[in-house]
Design a protein around this ligand. Structure first.
Ligand code: NDP
Length: 327
């Protein structure tokens, strides 16, 4: 396993990590979740991603039980949570980024995950109903109390992240270390363009999500319509409609040809493509089956095959390279 610095921080995070959205506590059994975490850990993964909102808190409960049962050295892994969407019971002060919910949300996650502290704690979305100062101070309080070690954002705009950095600087507080954006061959704008100056000037780290665009970039929808997948889960029509859009499938079919020519599987190629970007600190993998993770976890092997020529061939298929203005 390759380890990368989480931005300019001193934290080393495995280039591939494991997430729990839609899987833990929902799509998969606790036994499969256990097997996934074991396989990941045995292969050098040191970061497990979670959130209060995943399966209404159940994803954290499942992960917590597994962590407890493994007896892994606490120093050997990182575990995250995210605050914003609330856990099982929602209510005016059970969601968002107020001091009350940031702090109570953290306590809930610690309880469900059965750990004394979270290594990474994310603001899952920006909260336009809470002054940024309140959230930055609340995060700093949790840091000072040792309940979290690093804090960051997820799907915030560059302007919002910059504002948080500024508030932290002005008040001598610890600002955000990392952002968790979506990044894959089909969704590139935020990571490759919008955050560019945040990487250059502030050394922001990234823990990127949906490297396979919810499975589309595994190629399995290219010539078939498998139904035992997340896109067929009840209530996820919105995800199915976005993911299986015609232009995505057209691109996926052409990417498959590149994978065939390289002699590698399409999911490995798609994950390696994300890893190729040095502003990616870790690619969070998702899996509903152990075989999927077994395959994706060796994606680093494909990196040396991603020559300039191969990358150009992919660019010609994707036709979505963000243009960064040079002044
Ligand atoms: P992906 O886009 O990689 O999707 C993973 C899913 O794709 C799997 O669960 C499986 O679903 C399918 N899949 C994976 N590997 C293969 C394979 N080799 N062959 C065929 N199908 C495969 O990542 P996720 O969307 O799961 O995101 C990863 C993590 O990122 C999440 O678990 C979560 O921790 C985090 N995340 C964070 C968000 C945020 O807002 N901060 C939002 C979303 C995710 P299936 O079998 O059902 O098709």
């Amino acid at each position: 396993m390759e380890y990368r610095r989480l931005g300019k921080s001193g934290l080393q995070v495995s280039a591939l990590s494991l997430g729990s959205w839609l899987t833990f506590g929902k799509q998969i059994t606790d036994d499969v979740a256990d097997q996934l975490m074991s396989l990941a850990y045995e292969n050098g993964v040191n970061f497990f991603d979670n959130a209060e909102g995943y399966a209404g808190g159940k994803a954290e409960e499942v992960m917590g039980k597994i962590l407890k049962s493994k007896n892994w050295d606490r120093e050997s892994y990182l575990v995250s949570s995210k605050v914003f969407f609330g856990a099982e019971v929602k209510g005016p002060n059970r969601v968002g980024l107020s001091r009350k919910h940031v702090i109570e949300g953290c306590h809930g996650s610690l309880r469900r995950l059965q750990v004394d502290y979270l290594d990474l704690y994310f603001c899952h979305r920006p909260d336009r109903n809470t002054p940024i100062e309140e959230t930055v101070w609340a995060m700093n309080t949790l840091l000072q109390q040792g309940k979290i070690l690093y804090w960051g954002t997820s799907e915030w705009s560059a302007a919002e992240i910059l504002q948080a950095i500024k508030v932290a600087k002005e008040n001598h507080l610890i600002g955000p270390t990392m952002e968790q954006p979506q990044y894959n061959m089909l969704v590139r704008e935020k990571l490759e363009k919008e955050y560019d100056l945040l990487f250059q000037d502030y050394g922001l780290g990234t823990t990127i999500w949906s490297p396979l665009a919810s499975g589309v970039l595994s190629g399995k929808y290219n010539n078939a319509n498998p139904t035992d997948t997340r896109l067929h889960l009840e209530g996820l029509d919105w995800l199915k409609n976005i993911s299986l859009a015609e232009q995505n499938l057209a691109k996926a079919k052409k990417i498959q040809e590149v994978a065939n020519d390289l002699g590698v599987s399409m999911p490995k190629l798609a994950v390696a493509w994300c890893l190729k970007n040095r502003n990616v600190s870790t690619v969070i993998l998702g899996a509903s089956k152990v075989e999927q993770l077994r395959e994706n976890i060796t994606a680093v092997e494909v990196l040396p095959l991603l020559s300039d020529e191969v990358m150009s061939r992919l660019e010609a298929i994707l036709e979505n390279k963000p243009v960064i203005p040079s002044y």
